[in-house]
Design a protein around this ligand. Structure first.
Ligand code: PHE
Length: 361
C-alpha cells in the first residue's frame, strides 16, 4: 500500500472517531497543518523527478482535497448534532414578557393605598378626592365643630394668612382630616352615597408616631336603614382583609367625635409578648390585648343637615384611620418619620417592586 493510501485510511478513521469540534480540529492540524502529515508528504515531492513527481503530486493534491472535504462534512455533522442537543435541553418560552429591570420601589404608603382601594372597591365603595387646602366650613364647622368648639383643640393645624386669600372672610387651613371630602361629596351628590376618601392631612405634631403631614383613609356610607351593625360588619371585613387574618378580633369602644353620634374607637386584637407587637387573636380570650386603630360612628344628624340631607330619611356611618399607621403595623416599620425622609436605602428595604405589586392585583 502506498504511503498516501495508508495515510488516507488512517486520517479517515481519525476523522470518523472525532466526536466533538475540538478533537476534529486536532485531526485537521495533524493532517493539513504546517507540520501535518500531508504537508510533510508534499514537501517530500521535491526529492522526486519528472513523471513520478507529477503523478505523486496529483495523488497528494487529490488526497489533500478529499481529507479537507471529509473534515468539512464531519464538522457540519458535529455542529448539527450539538445544536440538536441544545434545542432538546434548553427550553425558552418566547411568549414570556421580558423581565423588567428592578429600578425604584413603590413606597409602602402607595402600596397600602392600593390595598385599601382594592378592599373597599370589593365592598362597593368608590374613591373621592378633595383639596389639601380647606376652608373652615368643610374641615370643622360643617362637621359639627363650629368656631370655639373644644374638639378643635385635638386637630391643631397650619392656618393660612386669610388676608392673602381671595375671600377675606374665609379662613383657609391645611385640612386636618379627610372628613372634609365627605362634606364636599355630600354637598355635591346628596344621598345615598358610599365613598372612601384618601390623601394627605396635616396637624402640628412631631414625634416617633406623629408627623406634621400624614395620610388618612375615611369611609362614608349613607342610605336608608344603614345601622351600626353594618358599620361593625364593614370594619370587620376591612380589617381582617387588610391584615390578612381571618378571625381578627375587633371591639368598639365608645368615644367622642363631634361629627358622629354614637361614636366609637376601634381596637384590634394583638399580643405584646417580649415587647414585640403582633396583630393576632390570643389563644386564651382572657389574655387578649388590644390596639386602637380607628375612629368611627353614625354620622351626626347635624352633619347631614349641613349638607342638605334629611336625617329623618337618611342615616349612615363614617370611619377614619391613618394609612401610615396601617402600613407601619402591617410591614413592621418602627418610626413614622422615616417614611418621609426619602432615604433610598430605607425605600429599598421597605419598598415594593412595582411589577410584583401589579402582579398581585
Ligand atoms: N376624622 C377623624 C379623625 O381624623 C376620624 C373619624 C372619622 C372618626 C369618621 C369618626 C368617624 O380623627
Amino acid at each position: 500500500m502506498s504511503d498516501a493510501l495508508t495515510l488516507k485510511n488512517d486520517l479517515t478513521a481519525k476523522i470518523e472517531a472525532a466526536n466533538d469540534l475540538k478533537s476534529l480540529d486536532d485531526v485537521r492540524v495533524t493532517a493539513l497543518g504546517k507540520k501535518g502529515a500531508i504537508t510533510d508528504l508534499m514537501k517530500s515531492l521535491g526529492r522526486l523527478e519528472g513523471e513520478e513527481r507529477k503523478i505523486k503530486g496529483q495523488e497528494l493534491n487529490a488526497l489533500k482535497d478529499e481529507i479537507a472535504n471529509f473534515i468539512k462534512a464531519r464538522e457540519a455533522k458535529l455542529k448539527k448534532e450539538e445544536l440538536d442537543r441544545r434545542l432538546a435541553t434548553e427550553t425558552l418560552d418566547v411568549t414570556l414578557p421580558p423581565l423588567p429591570k428592578k429600578i425604584g420601589h413603590v413606597h409602602p404608603i402607595t402600596q397600602t393605598m392600593e390595598e385599601l382601594q382594592t378592599i373597599f372597591a370589593d365592598m362597593g365603595f368608590s374613591v373621592a378626592e378633595g383639596p389639601d387646602i380647606e376652608d373652615d366650613w368643610h374641615n370643622f364647622t360643617a362637621l359639627n365643630f363650629p368656631p370655639g368648639h373644644p374638639a378643635r383643640e385635638m386637630q391643631d393645624t397650619f392656618f393660612l394668612n386669610s388676608k392673602a386669600s381671595a375671600d377675606k372672610n374665609t379662613q383657609y387651613l391645611l385640612r386636618t382630616h379627610t372628613s372634609s371630602v365627605q362634606i364636599r361629596e355630600m354637598e355635591k351628590h346628596g344621598a345615598p352615597i358610599k365613598i372612601i376618601c384618601m390623601g394627605r392631612v396635616y396637624r402640628s405634631d412631631y414625634d416617633m408616631t406623629h408627623t406634621p403631614m400624614f395620610h388618612q383613609v375615611e369611609g362614608l356610607y349613607i342610605d336608608k336603614n344603614v345601622t351600626m351593625g353594618h358599620l361593625k360588619g364593614c370594619l370587620i371585613d376591612f380589617l381582617s382583609a387588610y391584615f390578612e387574618i381571618e378571625d381578627l378580633p375587633i371591639r368598639l369602644r365608645p368615644s367622642f367625635f363631634p361629627f358622629v353620634e354614637p361614636g366609637a374607637e376601634v381596637d384590634i386584637g394583638c399580643s405584646r409578648k417580649n415587647g414585640e407587637l403582633k396583630i393576632a387573636r390570643a389563644d386564651n380570650p382572657l389574655e387578649q390585648e388590644w390596639l386602637e386603630v380607628l375612629g368611627c360612628g353614625m354620622v351626626h344628624p347635624n352633619v347631614l343637615k349641613n349638607c342638605g340631607i334629611d336625617p329623618t330619611e337618611y342615616q349612615g356611618f363614617a370611619f377614619g384611620t391613618g394609612i401610615d399607621r396601617l402600613a407601619m403595623l402591617k410591614y413592621g416599620i418602627p418610626d413614622l418619620r422615616s417614611m418621609f425622609e426619602s432615604d433610598s436605602r430605607w425605600l429599598e428595604h421597605y419598598g415594593f417592586n412595582l411589577f410584583e405589586t401589579l402582579a398581585k392585583k
